[in-house]
Write a protein that binds this ligand. Structure first.
Ligand code: HEC
Length: 456
């Protein structure tokens, strides 16, 4: 180096203890045990590969790191649960998908994430802290022999900051352990001026990181007529084909594929099944085909706005549609297999998930969404029909099924979110709700008075 050596800070470089060098790991292990048994605690070993049993030989106690991790993890769990409970059940209670406000299973994903996040950060930082890292230099590096610690030699170091450290005693002890060399560890007394080459290298590296930014800036402020660079070709050029065109990709040469076997496109379902429709298309009194009938029904759904006004709709179309609706041969009895305890439970679940927000848990048309909408008083909200209206009580099951599937007036259909079985289950549950709100003495078990409750 061309730099003049700066004046020494003190005449003698400070000592950091003694280091001993061994030829193999067994000698190192024996030596470590001996030094440990002499009562020294600030000792460390340096080896080219992990040596089994070295922790125990050095007297290293199990780390407390797992406790930090555990506490941080527990804090994460508690934070996540409290946060979600506070948000969902306390600060802004709102039913989502029919779940309770405090739905612990729904809280699991966030809880898991926060637990992992907190413990991971704590583990990293506690590990750095416990190890006194980052440490840029170590006095041991001043001895050139120590370089072989990463190659083929084993080192033991007794730190001079040890409680019982006595320079001569430690030296003699180490010499006694079969070391091939025992050296004093001295403070680095070389120049602490950063070498010019290193400064240059760092500045060059910083400069290099600016290059991509400069390129982007340049691109954004210039124009070019040449095609752009394609870094990922498969994203820019996908093998798309026109329908009816040829391709070599498939054996049959057609670019247009057949639907996967067994799949039914939406709307392609067999329309002749009363279980699917809610009415029996074979019994249509009219000469018109079922499909024309469907068209007219849809048109009628568009016309009708208020629940009660359909009958006195002034337009001829509306009147005709209302008449044809009455004509539809509705399924009158529940189809086979619908009336069962399981279907009742399914219907309850699906009703509470899909319908209760508007129609209310008991079906009076007073669900939370409706209450909120009425509070906002914006005027265009139509209160959901009470399922206990005489009109709905009298409707055949097929008619209610049809409403669920296709919607009615302002209510959207549930064909996409409930399958036929689930729709029938909901009808069953609606019937049960209706009966529960209009029960007669004959509906309750003997010995129970409907008005007074259980008899004494
Ligand atoms: C977004 C709110 C909302 C949801 C959710 C909802 N409805 Fe409705 N429902 C309404 C409204 C509004 C009406 C009145 C529609 C009209 O007459 O224009 C209605 C009407 C009805 C009617 C009476 C139809 C008739 O013949 O007049 C029935 C039966 C019904 N709903 C059942 C259900 C069932 C079962 C579900 C769950 C699958 C459900 N609704 C989900 C808002 C809703």
């Amino acid at each position: 180096m061309s730099h003049p050596k700066p004046e020494k800070k003190s005449s003698e470089p400070k000592s950091f203890g003694w280091m001993a060098e061994y030829e193999d790991e067994n000698k190192l292990l024996d030596a470590a045990r001996k030094v440990r048994d002499s009562g020294y605690t600030r000792i460390d070993a340096f080896t080219p590969f992990p040596v089994h049993g070295i922790d125990e030989a050095l007297g290293i106690k199990p780390t407390v790191l797992p406790w930090f991790t555990f506490c941080a993890g527990a804090t994460g769990t508690l934070t996540a649960l409290t946060m979600q409970w506070w948000m969902n059940a306390y600060d802004y209670p709102y039913i989502i998908s029919g779940k309770p406000f405090a739905s612990w299973p729904a809280f699991i994903p966030v809880t898991f994430e926060l637990t992992v996040l907190f413990s991971a950060f704590m583990t990293l930082f506690a590990m750095l802290g416990l190890n006194g890292l980052p440490k840029l230099s170590n006095a041991l590096f001043n001895n050139p022999r120590f370089d072989r610690a990463t190659d083929d030699r084993f080192f033991l170091w007794v730190d001079s900051r040890d409680k019982y450290f006595n320079s001569d005693k430690v030296r003699n002890l180490l010499a006694d352990t079969g070391a091939i060399e025992v050296d004093e560890v001295k403070e680095d007394d070389s120049s602490d001026i950063v070498p010019r080459k290193l400064v240059l290298a760092i500045l060059t590296a910083i400069g290099a990181t600016l290059i991509p930014g400069v390129i982007v800036l340049n691109m954004r402020n210039s124009k070019s007529s040449s095609p752009r660079w394609h870094v990922f070709f498969d994203m820019d050029y996908q093998p798309s084909k026109r329908p009816q065109s040829k391709t070599t990709l498939f054996v049959d040469g057609r670019s247009q594929r057949q639907p996967v076997q067994g799949t039914i496109a939406r709307g392609d379902l067999d329309l002749a099944d009363p279980y699917e429709l809610g009415y029996d298309p074979d019994q249509l009194a009219d000469s018109r085909s079922a499909s024309t009938r469907l068209v007219s029904l849809n048109a009628q759904d568009g016309q009708e706005t208020g629940s009660e006004q359909a009958g006195d709709a002034a337009s001829e179309d509306g009147a005709m549609a209302a008449a044809s609706e009455a004509e539809l041969p509705w399924v009158q009895e529940f189809p086979e297999g619908v009336v069962s305890e399981e279907m009742f439970q399914l219907g309850k679940l699906k009703f509470e998930q899909n319908c209760s927000v508007c129609h209310g848990y008991s079906g009076y048309g007073d669900g939370l969404v409706s209450q909120r909408a009425l509070n906002l008083a914006q005027g265009y909200w139509l209160q959901p029909t009470s399922l206990h209206d005489d009109r709905i009580l009298e409707q055949p099951v097929g008619r209610i099924y049809y409403t669920i599937k296709n919607g009615k007036g302002k209510m959207g259909g549930y064909a996409a979110s409930l399958n036929a079985e689930e729709r029938w289950a909901v009808v069953l549950y609606v019937r049960a709700l209706q009966r529960s709100q209009n029960a007669s003495q004959a509906d309750v078990p003997e010995g129970v008075d409907l008005e007074l409750g259980a008899a004494e």
